[in-house]
Each structure stands twice: as structure tokens, then as C-alpha cells.
Design a protein around this ligand. Structure first.
Ligand code: AMP
Ligand code: MG
Length: 416
């Protein structure tokens, strides 16, 4: 494996080597953010009964002909029905039943008048205005009809979908299983976040970054802590971690004297599919499989590690979870400055993104050293420079991966 794999080849190889996990049944409350593995049909009408959309009076339209403030209709009030109750009385000609929002429309009524259009008159009510025949009645099945297909297999479940399933009484739902992702940080220099930072030691920030990145997309991180640069110890830890659905390692995958990760992954049974990608940051990176389980040997440099996660691990985990959209959103942004890049590598330049006169403008977050995690913390996007480019000119447009959800928010639209 001498020739470097291109980013495009690497992404393709990764996706060819992962498959969606089996499905599982979960309670509807636990299905948020999961991918639906069944077509959901309703066994009922929702609402199951015609009900009032307003607080007011249930009436017969024929009693209201021409009701106005000058000539109000006068009806005898025969009773009342609130949400959750049922009126035993019918609305007979010349009468009305007081009704609250959500209460079943009593027999005999065909129209609701809003309380704002009425005035009490002893045991009668005067109606000054109407909103038309049949108004303010929500018919049975207005939301969902019995037998209707309400959610299709493959749908990513959001809050409204969860509520929709609850509304038809569906308590359990079949969704794609979430992968449990083992995370192992490697390096003799690494210490925990609570440890004393003595000379030569570095806090294992990648463990935190990668766990969070896994959690952010709805997969389940499982940390196996820090393993020292020792081939046997590494191989042992990798074997244990491979009980999970996927393995991510950080560090030790380059060409240094103590970079044993690649060999130790081989010892643990990994078949290597590529090593070293023509990209910056994140050039040393191993990918392979142990049985169906994908293994990502990410570089130790914090920026490289997360960028490689975004490029390869994220789409792989999303595919395992059954998602259709595997990649980050991308926009074309105008460059605020010249950006120099290396020929032969695809580069991902950390940038801020601002909106100027409705157009997106990208500017570098400063030093692009793969050790400067702040460049990624500040970044709203990654400008993508192709392998054949050596300079991206100020004022030109470049594809830019969006790391933030959007550049413009409702609060700006509203002027807050
Ligand atoms: P390596 O890929 O092992 O050669 O490490 C490259 C650089 O990344 C070195 O400066 C390491 O100290 C740093 N590094 C490796 N692993 C981590 C980690 N888990 N957290 C933070 N920095 C790390
Ligand atoms: Mg190392």
C-alpha cells in the first residue's frame, strides 16, 4: 500500500464496508432521533370523535339564519359539556349547549359559535355573529384516518413523529439499533482530565472530543480509556473493545518509532483496507474491518482526529443507524482571503462563515496546525480545497462544509 488513498476513494471504501445494523423494538419515548424500520399505519381515527375547536356553544345552523348584532338569535341553553365529558342531551331546534374546546360535539349540533360572539341572557344565550355553517368543528379523523399510512420506513424520527405515534396509541416501535462505539486513546504521554499536568504529559482531549462526536449523531460511545504505546497491551485492549459494534482509536497510527496501533490492530484481527489518505489535516489514518465491525485508526493530533471523524466515521455510523443522509451540509462560500494549499492533498480549512448581503463569506480561523484545536472550536465550516489546487483566490467561491446548523437564525430575522 504505497500510493496514498484519495479522500474520495477512502469515503467510498468506508461506506462499502459498513452495513445497517439490525432493528430493535423500543418504547416510543425512546425512539427520538432513530430511523424507523416499519411502516406505521393507524388503527384509529384521530381525533376519534368530532369535537369543538373553540370555547362557545354547540348549535344548529338553521337556528342562526341572519343572526347579527342588530338581530341576535336567541337560544335556550340546555346544558354544558367540557373536554373529557360527553353531553347526554341533544341540541334540539331553538337550543344550544355550552361547549369547551376539545369536548365532543353533542348530537343534533352542526355548528359551534365562539363565546366571543355571544352574550348570556339568563338561561338563554344571544348569538350576534357566526363564522359560517359547520364552523369550529374538528371532524373525527381530521388529523389521521383509520388505516392511513402516517410514517414510512426509513424516516428519521423527530418530536412531532413521536407525538403522532403516541396519538394513535402506538407504544412500541421498530427502529434501527444504535451502534455502541468503542473509543481508545493511545499514547505514553496521555493523562486524564483530573491528572496533574507534569512536563511532557498531554491531557487525553481526543477521548472527550470523539465521545461527544459519537453521541452528537445518536450513537453510543463506550470509552476504554488510555492505552500505552505497547503493541501487546494495545492488541489486548483492541480485542476487548471489539465486542462493540465499531472501534475508534486515536494516535499511534503514523510512522513514529512507537506507533504500534496499525500492527496491534492486525494482531487483533483487523483486515486493513487503507492507511494514509491524501488529505490535510489527518493524513495518517487506518481503516479496516474485524468481521462486520469497522475499525478507524484516527491520528492523534486533535484537529486531524476530529476532521477524520467527520469525513469517515460519521457517515459510517450514520449508515449503520439506517440514515439516508450520510454527509454534512455543504454551501458555496466566497473566500475573504487567498488560501494556499498543498498540491496532491485535499485540504479542509477551518473557517468562520458570515452572511454579507445575503451571501456567505468564509474566512480562515487562523493557524491551520493540526495541533490547534481552537481552530476547530472557532470554525463554523471547513473550506474544501481540491488536490489539484494550490491557491484558492480571494473573492472566488469554494465548497464549504457546514459545521454549524446555519448562518442565519430567526432571532436575526426578528431583529433581536
Ligand atoms: P500520534 O498520532 O500518536 O503521533 O500523536 C500526534 C500528536 O497528537 C502528539 O502531539 C500527541 O501528543 C497528540 N495526541 C495523541 N493522542 C492524543 C489525545 N488522545 N488527546 C490529545 N492529544 C493527543
Ligand atoms: Mg502517539
Amino acid at each position: 500500500m504505497n500510493r496514498m488513498t484519495t479522500v474520495d476513494e477512502a469515503v467510498k471504501l468506508v461506506l462499502e464496508n459498513v452495513s445497517p445494523l439490525p432493528s430493535e423494538k423500543v418504547s416510543v419515548a425512546d425512539s427520538l432521533g432513530r430511523v424507523l424500520c416499519e411502516d406505521v399505519r393507524s388503527g384509529r381515527d384521530v381525533p376519534s370523535f368530532a369535537n369543538s375547536a373553540m370555547d362557545g356553544f354547540a348549535v344548529r345552523w338553521s337556528d342562526l339564519a341572519g343572526a347579527s348584532s342588530d338581530a341576535p338569535a336567541s337560544l335556550a341553553v340546555r346544558g354544558e359539556v367540557a373536554a373529557g365529558g360527553v353531553s347526554r342531551k341533544r341540541v334540539l331546534p331553538g337550543t344550544a349547549i355550552r361547549i369547551m374546546t376539545g369536548a365532543p360535539v353533542p348530537a343534533g349540533a352542526d355548528t359551534i359559535v365562539r363565546v366571543e360572539h355571544t352574550e348570556p341572557r339568563g338561561d338563554r344565550v344571544a348569538v350576534f355573529r357566526t363564522d359560517g355553517e359547520g364552523s369550529h368543528i374538528r371532524p373525527a379523523g381530521e388529523d389521521i384516518g383509520k388505516g392511513q399510512l402516517i410514517l414510512e420506513r426509513g424516516k428519521l424520527l423527530r418530536a412531532a413523529d413521536i407525538g403522532l405515534m403516541a396519538s394513535i396509541g402506538k407504544a412500541r416501535v421498530t427502529v434501527r439499533r444504535r451502534p455502541v462505539v468503542a473509543i481508545i486513546a493511545t499514547g505514553d504521554e496521555l493523562i486524564g482530565v483530573d491528572d496533574k499536568p507534569t512536563r511532557g504529559k498531554v491531557v487525553n482531549s481526543n477521548g472527550y472530543t470523539l465521545s461527544s462526536a459519537v453521541r452528537e449523531i445518536g450513537a453510543v460511545p463506550k470509552s476504554f480509556g488510555i492505552v500505552r504505546d505497547n503493541r501487546n497491551r494495545l492488541a489486548g485492549a483492541f480485542r476487548r473493545a471489539l465486542r462493540c459494534d465499531a472501534l475508534i482509536t486515536s494516535g499511534g497510527v503514523s510512522v513514529g518509532d512507537y506507533d504500534y496501533v496499525k500492527d496491534a490492530l492486525g494482531d487483533a484481527g483487523m483486515r486493513m483496507l487503507f492507511w494514509k489518505v491524501a488529505q490535510r489535516p489527518g493524513h495518517p489514518m487506518a481503516f479496516g474491518r474485524v468481521g462486520p465491525r469497522p475499525v478507524f485508526g484516527l491520528p492523534g493530533n486533535p484537529v486531524s482526529s476530529l476532521v477524520s471523524f467527520i469525513l469517515y466515521v460519521r457517515p459510517a455510523l450514520l449508515k449503520m443507524m439506517g440514515h439516508e443522509r450520510l454527509f454534512m451540509p455543504v454551501v458555496r462560500a466566497r473566500l475573504a482571503d487567498d488560501i494556499r494549499t498543498a498540491r496532491g492533498l485535499k485540504e479542509f480549512v477551518r473557517c468562520r462563515i458570515e452572511e454579507e448581503n445575503g451571501r456567505l463569506v468564509a474566512s480562515s480561523t487562523g493557524t491551520q496546525s493540526s495541533g490547534v484545536l481552537r481552530s476547530l472550536s472557532l470554525a463554523q465550516g471547513l473550506i474544501v480545497a481540491r488536490e489539484d489546487q494550490t491557491v484558492l483566490r480571494k473573492g472566488s467561491h469554494a465548497p464549504t462544509i457546514l459545521l454549524d446548523h446555519g448562518q442565519r437564525w430567526l432571532q436575526e430575522e426578528m431583529g433581536f
